[in-house]
Design a protein around this ligand. Structure first.
Ligand code: XIL
Length: 437
């Protein structure tokens, strides 16, 4: 894939970098020009062009009267991290990691109507995940199910994700299929006789539910692979099935899982069996979960995936990676990756974001360090052959649209609402201006 090659690594060291001495004297180390939103989720409009102004043009460097000795040569360090991503000069995230893994972003369908966002997406990401649009509650068509009256074969409607799949196909971006079987965002009526949504609805038998599951998976895969061939490279076949302490001896989620309650714990292996049956041979099948660095959870996941692996029906483990600024520790994170990798399966960080308490300059820099260290670690694990990490996906493009903004803004992503880069962006690029520790 070769998109906008002209933007490659361009002037990073030229127009935006000052010497350390100049930095101390002229700019301080602030987030000058940061137009971080205070609140709300206002749609970005073309006035964002004004965001380009945040990059100060470098003042002329003092002309040395004598040639500097090597020790006097100042190291160039970035001082302004808030650069308009519409700027033609930014290095591309995905190009920086071509030799390691693909770089993805989760989006909602409406974001693709914003041309400025589309440019940024095409510049920096070569993988995409639908934030919601391919989940069962979006694809299942209750009215269609009731009218068709076929207990074993649900009716689906793909209008929610068609545009996103087409966008990927048109632009050479690959997609992670998210997600086929999940306790959440799957309507209760899907498990009921006659697809009833009444209070007194009766749950279908295990046999009927397994038939519904197979037909659901078959239809999703057939539709996507027929209409958008080659776009999906990985499927999250089962999401979040492990929750130690929830009542199952193997650590499976029980209380809020209709799948578990209707089918029993074997719903996971059945889902992978059906997924393998209908997936294209080159599509990778993933088990995906959050808080994978918790010891009990990690152990239960490994036990589960090893069973499916023995059946030949799984290719990878997805670590969602919704993390905090200091928790989990990098050590715990690394241990989990290494232990997952010992299974021989691929590893993907499928939903990375870093939850912040504030947008203070100090916290945004700490976030930059967090991203820098995670990517440094992943590169190292790949370089040393310790883990086959094949994708890292950031769970959202701009901070204002993050799913974490439930009780206030959490600033977890790489771009501000105005499509300016944050220290987190430069951290991923291993920029010298972001401390590694
Ligand atoms: C989130 C979406 O981003 C939100 O818009 C939605 O309201 C809830 O789900 N784990 C997952 C993702 O696997 O699908 C979730 O996405 C975040 C947690």
């Amino acid at each position: 894939m070769k998109r906008r090659e002209d933007k490659r690594l361009a002037k990073k060291g030229v127009s935006l970098l000052l010497t350390a001495a100049l930095m101390m004297g002229l700019t301080g180390c602030g987030k000058e020009g940061n137009n971080q939103p205070e609140e709300g989720t206002a749609t970005i409009t073309p006035t964002i062009e004004a965001g380009k102004e945040v990059t100060p043009e470098p003042t002329a460097e003092p002309t040395p009267t004598t040639a500097p000795t090597p020790t006097e040569v100042e190291k160039e360090v970035r001082t302004d991290f808030y650069i308009s991503a519409i700027d033609e000069e930014l290095p591309s995230l995905y190009e920086a990691y071509t030799d390691y893994f693909s770089i993805g972003v989760a989006l909602t369908a409406s974001e693709l109507f914003n041309e400025l966002k589309v440019d940024v997406i095409k510049d920096h990401f070569n993988s995409m995940t639908c934030g919601n649009e391919m989940k069962p509650d979006y694809l299942l068509d209750r009215e269609g199910c009731v009218v068709a009256g076929t207990e074993e074969c649900p009716v689906l409607n793909f209008k929610s994700c068609d545009g996103m799949l087409q966008f990927c196909m048109d632009n050479g971006i690959k997609m992670r299929g998210h997600t086929l079987v999940w306790h959440s965002q799957t309507p209760d009526w899907f498990f009921m006789e006659g697809y009833s949504n009444k209070k007194d609805a009766v749950m279908v038998s295990k046999e009927v539910m397994l038939a519904r599951m197979e037909n659901y998976i078959r239809q999703v895969m057939e539709y996507v692979n027929t209409n958008y061939p080659g776009v999906i490279y990985a499927w999250d076949v089962v999401n979040e099935a492990i929750l130690p302490g929830d009542g199952d001896a193997d650590g499976m989620r029980v209380q809020d899982s209709m799948w578990y309650q209707c089918v029993g714990p074997e719903f996971v292996e059945k889902a992978f069996e059906y997924a393998r049956k209908y997936a294209e041979p080159d599509q990778k099948l993933f088990y995906n979960d959050f808080n994978t660095y918790e010891v009990a959870k990690r152990q239960a996941i490994i036990k589960l995936v090893e069973k499916i692996q023995a059946q030949g029906n799984i290719d990878g483990i997805g670590m969602q990676s919704h993390i905090g600024i200091s928790s989990p520790t990098l050590d715990d994170f690394e241990t989990t990756i290494r232990k997952f990798a010992e299974t021989g399966l691929e590893i993907q960080l499928t939903e990375l974001d870093v939850n912040l308490d504030s947008s203070s300059e100090a916290d945004l820099m700490k976030e930059g360090t967090r991203y820098k260290r995670i990517f440094f670690l992943l590169k190292n694990l790949k370089d040393t052959g310790a883990a086959n990490v094949t994708n890292v996906t950031i769970w959202g493009l701009t901070d204002d649209k993050s799913w974490l903004n439930k009780d206030g803004l959490r600033y977890p992503l790489l771009f501000t609402q105005l499509l300016e880069t944050k220290p987190a962006f430069w951290g991923i690029l291993q920029d010298e201006g972001i401390p590694l520790y």
